[in-house]
Design a protein around this ligand. Sequence first.
Ligand SMILES: [Zn+2]
Length: 190
Amino acid sequence: MAPPPPFDATNTPELPFDTGLVEAPGALTAAVLRVEVVRSRRRTKSVAATLHDDLVRVSVPTWMTAIEADEAVRSMVARFERSVAAERLDLPRRAAELARRYDLPCPAVIEWRDNMRMRWGSCQRTTGVIHLSNRLARFPDWVIDYVIVHELAHLVEANHSPRFWALVDRYPKKERATGYLIAKGGELDE
Ligand SMILES: [Zn+2]
C-alpha cells in the first residue's frame, strides 16, 4: 500500500459525522452501541477503535476520504456489535446441551471467531475444536443451534456423508436454518 499523503487541512473531506456522538449508522439495525468518530492527525496509518461500555470510539486518519472513513467506521462498529452479540451466548454450555440432546460428542473447545468470512463454522475433528463465525451471533438461536449441531456431527463423521446427514437430520429446523444461512451468504463449512 502507498504511504498516506501528508496531512493537508484544506483538502480533507469531512465525515458526515466528524466528531461527537452520533447514532449507530442506520444499516446496523440494533442501535445498541453509540459511536464517536474522531479525525486523528496522530493516527497516520489506519483506523483504530475501542469499546467502553456501549461507546465505540473510532479514530480515523485525516488522509482518508469520507467514503473510506465511513466504510471503516461501519466495519468497526459492526465488528464490535458482533462481539457484543456473541457475549450473550455461553457457547460451551449450549454445545454441551445440544450434544446431550442429540447424543453427539462434546467439543474440546467451541469458540467464536471474528475472521471467518466464507464459512459459518469449522470443526477440527482430531482436536475437537469447533469455531463459529461471530456473524452468526445476531441470528436466531435456532439457526445458531443448527450450526452447532452440524459441527458436533462432524466430530463423528468428517465428511458430508449419508451417515453425517442422518445425524444432522434429527435437528427439526435443519431445512429452515439451512435456507436462512444460504440467504445470508457464505457456506456452512467446506
Ligand atoms: Zn459440514
